[in-house]
Design a protein around this ligand. Structure first.
Ligand SMILES: CC(C)(COP(=O)(O)OP(=O)(O)OC[C@H]1O[C@@H](n2cnc3c(N)ncnc32)[C@H](O)[C@@H]1OP(=O)(O)O)[C@@H](O)C(=O)NCCC(=O)NCCS
Length: 160
């Protein structure tokens, strides 16, 4: 499996993973989301098996580099690749990418957080396995009646 940063040319393959793993209605919606998020300076990383992209993740700096705060915005693998350690490897690659960015600005990544649907128990177990801790609950955040949970990781504590 090869891990690398995504480019604009990956739009359709990344969108395919998004359609399979997220609440997206069509490939067109997912391609548009990917392109918009790239323009918003969300950094995507991908896992490749042969010609196929089988896992994706993205992160975004929050506010200014000195806050050393990043959001894990997306992480997903194709359904047939779940439970094989793909997302964990994608996340480790993403963390390095993110930390390299902050170091290039004279800082180091301090905290990473992710918002996840309260109903997405699979994702909670995955985040906890990676070392994230439940930090907050945001009522009816993205959808009316669906709370979001905030899971966070302090990087210096991760090394304990
Ligand atoms: C959440 C998701 C990314 C996990 O991907 P994955 O490739 O199956 O995860 P991995 O195989 O890398 O698992 C990493 C660790 O988390 C654990 N884990 C993963 N899913 C788990 C689950 N449902 N229950 C318990 N533990 C789980 C694994 O056991 C593994 O632990 P280990 O290192 O001790 O073996 C994947 O299920 C997915 O794509 N879900 C749909 C998209 C989604 O909901 N993304 C999150 C949105 S916020």
């Amino acid at each position: 499996m090869k891990l690398r940063k995504a480019t604009e040319e990956d739009a359709h393959k990344v969108a395919h993973v998004m359609v399979k793993s997220y609440n997206m209605d069509s490939l067109e919606e997912a391609v548009e989301a990917f392109r918009r998020e790239m323009m918003q300076e969300k950094a995507f990383v991908v896992a490749e098996e042969g010609d196929a992209i089988v896992g994706i993740a993205s992160w975004q700096m929050h506010d200014v580099p000195k806050h050393m705060l990043a959001e894990l915005h997306r992480i997903a693998v194709l359904p047939e690749f779940k439970g094989k350690g793909v997302a964990k490897r994608v996340f480790e690659f993403l963390l390095d990418d993110c930390d390299r960015f902050y170091r290039s600005k004279g800082h180091a990544l301090r905290k990473m957080f992710v918002l996840t649907h309260a109903s997405n128990k699979r994702a909670h177990a995955f985040y906890e396995k990676l070392g994230f801790k439940l930090e907050a609950r945001l009522p009816s955040h993205y959808y009316d009646g669906e709370d979001e949970l905030v899971f966070s990781m302090f990087l210096e504590k991760k090394k304990d």
